[in-house]
Design a binder for this molecule. Sequence first.
Ligand code: SF4
Length: 334
Amino acid sequence: MAPSTARETIFSGIQPSGELHLGNYLGAVRNWVALQDSYRCFFCVVDYHAITQPFEPAEMPRRVRDMATDLLACGIDPARSTLFVQSAVPEHTELAWALSAVTPHGELGRMTQFKEKSEKNPDNINAGILTYPVLQAADILIYGATRVPVGEDQRQHLELAREIVRKWNARFGQTFAEPEALFSSTPKILGLDGQAKMSKSLGNTISLRENDESAWGKLRTAATDPARVRRTDPGDPDKCNIFTLHRFFSSAERQAEVRTGCTTAGIGCIDCKKWLFEGVKADLHRIRARREELLATPQAVDTILAEGARRARAVAAETMVRVRQRLGVAGPKD
Ligand code: SF4
């Protein structure tokens, strides 16, 4: 069944980092799964974005496939959403080029992520890192998406996309709507070190593919309220990342039990983490079972991605016809 076109359209992309971890899941993918019932959703594995960072070409197909498999295992439903790989829809990069003609160069250089990536990889400050937000704008606009589920760290890029739309429409006539952010009420999640954002490279997260023993090993040693040094010290759940995680995985009753137990030193941090792990485990097991189902059917993921690309391309091709007309360029002859 194709998704309804009467609903507002959203677009969101994720880099093929190989496999999902708890931070991606809680910060983005769980939200995507929930949005499927209310929006016409386009979810994309953005492989062309990934090539702006150091990478190994031979690894790319596996990274893309693993990410798509994990998204499906988490609950992205191809009957309700269009799931596809960015490079399978070449209109993304074509539109990005067209949009670059109205994108202020100075704005790109001011993007915080450009500065951070340039500092992190001073030997690889390529033009792709600079123009990355233009491709992001194209990803959104090619589907006429009016809503974009983003975290705070993407707000600046979305603002730039809106500016690109205003400049384009002023120059070439009304073509695109300004996309708006769709912020979730997700609490800010820190890594298990209680300091930095969850990230695979920092090793402060749990992979959705991790087994119970390994996942519990990481959770057991995760940072808690730093003021709670001894078992007899009362703690403050609002200063503890473990409690933040309880808000995703535990019932309201269990959260209340944690709050009382923590503030009165009635429970220890290991008890608290064992309770949390019950919820984490339930999600990991459900995702694992679905992944195994997918992997048991040869070609299942490839078929879903091919159908997603076909659907996405039908929409993207229509947009590009309008864009080329506005520009007065011919485009391909069929
Ligand atoms: Fe954090 Fe739970 Fe320990 Fe309180 S009891 S400090 S909420 S881990």
